[in-house]
Design a binder for this molecule. Structure first.
Ligand code: GLC
Length: 561
């Protein structure tokens, strides 16, 4: 293969910079073989729907062989397809169908950890302490007189300790409790040792494997976690998601991680156009997060700032402004996200009483969505307004399957059906993420709402009112709003910049793209005055009521030039 000079001059090299990317959670999207689990042929069968939606790319969450201890983010084999979801031939057929429909394909790479069924981990368990097989993971002796205490106080993201002790299978201690291995997530997800050259090389092989099969990009799971400070004695860290902004955390966002991704960029640039990549890095500091997104690394990093913010004019504007300025400075384009497979759907988040905190949200989920009472109509109205606010911004928009149907979180799943490891590892005190992963409703009055088989998570009755078929062609439906918005976005897509305009009311945010495309969002509940100079006859889209002399409450308007 000849290596083209980077950066590429290929006309499609920057396709991702302002793309609308639709996340598919494959188990829950569409089930072609009727076994109750969505699959790759199910995705292929829905390509017409995806094309009509007007997205530029799909991102598929993991479809690799897995025991599903963490919904597929526990990967047994990085270069294969879970037989329940299809075959490599099905994967190729899906990519071909997507490309024929003008849709690019992004796949998920999970480099922080494998599953405990990965052949390397099985070999590590079968080998003695100190063996080369153990060196690809983090195995350590325990503390205490007999090694009975974990090597550090590190917690797992899903609750409980991040260390599990093994019973040795080889060596002088065979048959007895021995070393501990690190898993920042579930017990079934042992963390790789990224100082090991074979680990590094193997992921390059995986990137090339999928790139050679035609994928256009990669979503990089827990990108900020690969480099760890394992110097003994290990430093204390009792709360994983509190970070400092200087790279000194022992587990996350360490400066050494960037060398790994510079190596990945070299691999991605072996292709022309170069393959795209987006980091999942829950790093709260914009400038540090954007290091993952530099052109010499992955190109983009998910920006969860809007997702974590309350629905508020000043807050949304401040976030958008800061992220755009910093993205430009780093050479990346910004990303925007409101929902994904890890968080409560935004139509539900916005339906909680104003001022609700993350703790309130968790309590609401634990209460099965019963208390406090929510205002769903308002939640959906705000979600739609927020979505149009986001879709007008420069940068890439990442959409999560089902948000185009206006789905809410299924907060009252029967406890017996829950699968998220969080629920089990917290002794049923944190609900977990199953409620946003319920299989999609396609047809309102078919069995399983047209999903294809009896779904692995039960669908609520209210899904009938959200099914794709009852929204199709219906003016004002959420599906038609997304279609119209994505259609206009394609037509209006302009240079990656905008101008903030003074709005007449504090609840209103107003911006204009260089070609004259204008976005007006009213975050307040009451109708707001139209800023002077705005010509309402140019409105082509409203997230809510039509604009009659004012901007309706909790509504975004788009004006075409
Ligand atoms: C990421 C994924 C999440 C998964 C975790 C561990 O945050 O988005 O679903 O549980 O990584 O792989």
């Amino acid at each position: 293969m000849t290596i083209p000079p980077a950066p590429s001059t290929h006309p499609d090299a920057g396709w991702w910079r302002q793309a609308a990317v639709y996340q598919i959670y494959p188990r829950s999207f569409s089930d072609a073989n009727g076994d109750g689990m969505g699959d790759l042929p199910g995705v292929t069968a829905r390509m017409g729907y995806l094309a009509a939606l007007g997205i530029d790319a799909v991102w598929l969450s993991p479809f690799y062989p897995s025991a599903l201890a963490d919904g597929g983010y526990d990967v047994d084999d990085y270069r294969n397809v879970d037989p329940r979801l299809g075959t490599l031939a099905d994967f190729d057929a899906m990519v071909a169908a997507a490309h024929d429909a003008g849709i690019r394909v992004i796949v998920d790479v999970v480099p922080n950890h494998s599953s405990n069924r990965h052949e390397w981990f099985k070999a590590a368990l079968a080998s003695a302490p100190g063996s080369p097989e153990r060196a690809r993971y983090h195995f350590l002796d325990g503390l205490g007189r007999h090694g009975e205490l974990p090597p550090s106080d590190w917690p797992s993201h899903f609750g409980g300790a991040a260390w599990t002790r093994v019973v040795e299978q080889a060596g002088p201690n065979a048959g007895r409790p021995g070393q501990w291995y690190l898993h920042l997530f579930a017990t079934e997800q042992p963390d790789f040792n990224w100082d090991h050259p074979e680990v590094r090389e193997d992921f390059h092989t995986t990137l090339r494997f999928w790139a050679d099969r035609g994928v256009d990009g990669f979503r990089v799971d827990v990108a900020h976690g690969l480099a760890k400070d394992m110097t003994l004695p290990l430093r204390s860290k009792k709360v994983l998601d509190i970070l400092v902004d200087d790279g000194s955390d022992p587990l996350f966002d360490r400066d050494e991680v960037h060398e790994i991704f510079a190596g990945w960029r070299d691999v991605l640039n072996e292709y022309d156009p170069p393959k795209a990549a987006v980091a999942e890095a829950w790093v709260p500091f914009t400038s540090r997060r954007l290091k993952y997104a530099r052109p010499t690394e992955l190109g983009q990093a998910f920006n969860f700032d809007l997702l974590q913010a309350p629905f508020d004019a000043a807050g949304f504007r401040a976030i958008a402004e800061k992220c755009l300025v910093e993205a430009e400075a780093s050479g990346a384009s910004s990303t925007w996200v409101f929902s994904n497979h890890d968080v409560v759907r935004h139509a539900s988040r916005y339906s909680l009483p104003d001022g609700s905190t993350l703790e309130d949200l968790a309590a609401w989920l634990l209460a099965g969505g019963a208390t406090p009472p929510t205002d769903r109509e308002r939640g959906l109205r705000r979600a739609r307004a927020a979505t149009l606010f986001m879709l007008g911004l420069p940068g890439s928009a990442y959409l999560y399957q089902g948000e185009e149907l206006g789905l809410f979180e299924v907060a009252d799943l029967p406890e017996a059906s829950l699968q998220d490891p969080t629920w089990f590892r917290t002794q049923h005190s944190v609900k977990g993420r199953d409620g946003c992963r319920v299989p999609l409703p396609w047809l309102s009055d078919a069995a399983d709402f047209g999903f294809g088989g009896s779904p692995w998570l039960p669908q609520p009755d209210w899904f009938a009112g959200h099914a794709a078929d009852v929204q199709d062609g219906v003016e004002g439906s959420t599906l038609e709003m997304y279609r119209a918005a994505l259609g206009w976005r394609r037509k209006l897509q302009a240079e990656e910049s905008l101008q903030w305009l003074d709005a007449a009311a504090p609840a209103v945010v107003h911006y204009r793209r260089p070609n004259g495309w204008e976005v007006l969002s009213n975050f307040g509940g009451a109708p707001a005055m139209v800023p002077s100079g705005v010509d309402l006859s140019k409105v082509v889209l409203s997230s809510g009521e039509p604009a009659r002399g004012a901007i309706p409450g909790e509504t975004t308007l788009w004006l075409a030039p």
